[in-house]
Design a protein. Structure first.
Length: 457
């Protein structure tokens, strides 16, 4: 009887271990909440001082503390670690604040992040500077990019859209007010379309004018036509649309000058204010221009197309240089975007502050996106596997960069959001000729029916 009981207990232990191993692989969030979190907290509390000492993050105690120890105890005076705050658990990891000791800096903690990760048994450790003398350690318990779940508090705002999850479990916000123009590069099936879907659906519920240029006959942006104020589906239509946007930008500058009493002959480049300084009832709605496969605007098949190409590139450069103050923002997507496209390509790329590089086919493509702003991130972009669509490296001109992944959003759901928010599209009379025609949906049609064939008026 005793042997049977022992076998049953052993079987229960093996089943529990097998179940924990399965949960860690298949349901990492549940495993972290039930097993990983308590285990990591115990490791952290039990080994905090010794781990800090092994990482070289301890310092000699202050003179007064040393005198107090000598007076009250006979223990050996040892170096002390940074003072630790309360441990705050999250759904993806832990957060803890450290008060740096005299002579320490945040870079000292960041340099030991990999050692701390192994010592406390977590997936990653990130360091954030909170205020002088205080840093926050963000411990991530599992790989949050394997199955993306956006944080509940990842709410954006006007022209701020949470479109991806960073590897430190925080939301990546596409903020057009802070980063007006962005370049998104990536090979086929790397996740560019998914990124655009999340952006479009996030902006669809806001009073923002959405304009699309999709030279693949509109197959990428056509499902969102009910919410678009203008759509060009080939280079010829783009050549007609871009001058209209430039004229709209100039009219907005005239509106700013008239409001401020500046002479009408003042060059646009000398005006330092923008549309956000206008009263709300006079302020025109911001415009976001989405360009899919930008290389199609540069490529020409004959000499007759070169003049049209040069004009389009000039208009794009003007929009990138001067559009921010007029409330016009660019979202440029492509597979490659370098000097080989022709005159003006490098100049346009230099105006695109935000950079998102997805899986690319060669190192040169990654350097086009990130090499001039964050050279150390080029290797990270080249190491993205094809089995992880949506994974990307995001950087900006400040030199900072991070890995992120876009959550899955089906085309049908994105198109449904655009249909529901079609009435929110601001009225821009100059764009009326370019508004895509969408036949009305009959009451009996399903809400998830394919988008109808579009015709430009």
């Amino acid at each position: 009887m005793t042997d049977l009981t022992t076998v049953a207990e052993l079987g229960g232990v093996l089943a529990a271990i097998s179940g924990a191993a399965y949960a860690r692989h298949a349901h990492p969030a549940a495993y972290w909440s039930t097993i990983g979190l308590p285990a990591s907290v115990v490791r952290l509390l039990a080994s905090y001082s010794s781990t800090m000492d092994a990482c070289g993050l301890t310092v000699e105690p202050s003179r007064w503390r040393a005198l107090a120890l000598k007076a009250t105890t006979r223990r050996e005076i040892r170096p002390v670690p940074p003072r630790r705050g309360l441990i705050r658990p999250t759904s993806t990891g832990l957060r803890i604040r450290l008060r740096l000791a005299s002579g320490q800096e945040p870079a000292d903690i960041a340099a030991s992040a990999e050692r701390l990760r192994h010592a406390w048994g977590v997936h990653a450790v990130y360091v954030r500077d909170v205020k002088p003398g205080v840093v926050e350690l963000r411990l991530v318990g599992f790989n949050v990019l394997r199955k993306v779940r956006m944080p509940r508090r990842s709410r954006g705002g006007f022209l701020r859209v949470p479109v991806a999850l960073r590897e430190d479990a925080t939301a990546f916000l596409r903020d057009y007010r802070a980063v007006p123009h962005e370049l998104v590069l990536g090979a086929t099936l790397s996740g560019k379309s998914m990124y655009l879907r999340n952006l479009l659906t996030g902006l669809a519920a806001q009073p923002v004018v959405l304009v699309g240029v999709d030279c693949k006959r509109g197959v990428e942006l056509a499902p969102f036509a009910p919410r678009l104020s203008a759509l060009a589906t080939d280079p010829a239509q783009a050549a007609e649309l871009l001058p209209v946007l430039v004229k709209e930008m100039e009219d907005r500058y005239d509106l700013i000058k008239a409001r401020q009493g500046i002479a009408l002959g003042t060059p646009d480049e000398l005006i330092t204010s923008d549309v956000w300084g206008l009263p709300e009832d006079e302020r025109p709605a911001p415009i976001v221009l989405f360009i899919d496969e930008v290389a199609e605007l540069f490529l020409v098949a004959s000499r007759n197309d070169e003049e049209r190409r040069d004009e389009m590139v000039t208009h794009l450069i003007r929009l990138a240089q001067l559009g921010r103050a007029a409330g016009i923002y660019l979202e440029v997507c492509g597979q490659r975007f370098g000097a080989e496209l022709g005159k003006g390509a490098t100049m346009l790329r230099a105006q695109l502050t935000g950079r998102v590089c997805r899986r690319v086919n060669d190192e040169a493509s990654a350097k086009m996106a990130l090499g001039d702003i964050a050279p150390e991130s080029v290797y990270a972009a080249c190491s993205i596997a094809a089995e992880l669509p949506g994974l990307a490296v995001a950087g900006d001109t400040s030199g900072g960069w991070s890995r992120m992944r876009t959550p899955y959003l089906s085309l049908a759901d994105a198109a449904a959001v655009c249909r529901e928010t079609a009435d929110l599209a601001p009225d821009v009379p100059v764009l009326a000729p370019f508004r895509p025609y969408v036949p009305p949906v009959s009451p009996g049609d399903s809400g998830t029916a394919p988008a109808p064939l579009l015709v430009t008026e």
